[in-house]
Design a protein around this ligand. Structure first.
Ligand code: DER
Length: 235
């Protein structure tokens, strides 16, 4: 099975949790893409009714509109029934790294407002500790004096953690702009990040930081699609 087929399997399994009448957080990324498509398909077939979608990015909003999924926002629906979204990394406590697609702020706002947050991943996303895979841990920051903030982020971590902060650049060579007109600084670690809650608080305390990509204690269920089938992990 290809990684894409595994993503689709996890996504379809997550849509089994959707009931008619639900207000849903619609995730962003290549795995959530399949879940949003499936919801649109079931709505068209009449197998789901009275669904309201709260998108986590402009990209997902456009996809949902093209599928005819009725949309609303957090101002109208401050509490949601269920969100379905992908993740870049999942640790053994079901903590996540998200945001490599740049949508982490709206994802964290929407998914933090849900009674249930179902994460859908292929098995390649499972890690022992977050940030250990050498891949990016994104931080959304204001553009003003971004280099000042990037350097302060690096200095939060010990030499052992070996943190390097890099401004995310878009295809045009200009800084990547989020849906909220902010920048993303990606943190790369050579060693362990340390205690996630301590690291989270230290990052969020820096003036100029908007939000980071660690989703700690937020997922209620993680659906993992692997070569040997589907594993459902509940908090
Ligand atoms: O950027 C994001 O937050 C995405 O949801 C990411 O975490 C998962 O994207 P993928 O399903 O394309 O791997």
């Amino acid at each position: 099975l290809t990684q894409d087929e595994l993503k689709k399997i996890a996504a379809y399994k997550a849509v089994d949790y959707v009931e008619s009448g639900m207000v849903l957080g619609l995730g962003t990324g290549s795995t959530a893409y399949y879940a949003v498509n499936r919801i649109g398909e079931l709505l068209k077939q009449g197998k789901l009714t009275n669904i309201i979608g709260i998108p986590t990015s402009k990209k997902t909003e456009e996809q949902a509109i093209s599928l005819g999924i009725p949309l609303s926002d957090l101002d109208t629906h401050p509490v949601l029934d269920l969100a379905i979204d992908g993740a870049d990394e999942v640790d053994t406590y079901l903590n996540l790294v998200k945001g490599r697609g740049g949508s982490l702020l709206r994802e964290k706002m929407v998914e933090g407002a849900c009674k249930k947050f179902v994460v859908i991943v292929d098995e390649s996303k499972m890690v022992k500790t977050l940030g250990g895979s050498g891949l990016a841990m994104p931080v959304e920051i204001v553009p003003f004096c971004w280099n000042f903030t990037a350097k302060r982020l690096e200095r939060l971590f010990s030499d052992a953690a070996g943190c390097v902060a890099k401004l995310r650049v878009g295809d045009t060579g200009k800084p990547f702009m989020t849906d909220n007109m902010n920048y993303i600084v990606d943190l790369y670690f050579k060693g362990e990040m340390g205690d996630l809650k301590v690291v989270s608080d230290e990052i969020l305390r820096l003036a100029g930081v908007v939000e980071h990509g660690m989703f700690i204690d937020m997922a209620t269920t993680v659906i993992v699609a692997g070569e040997c089938g589907i594993t459902v992990k509940n908090k």
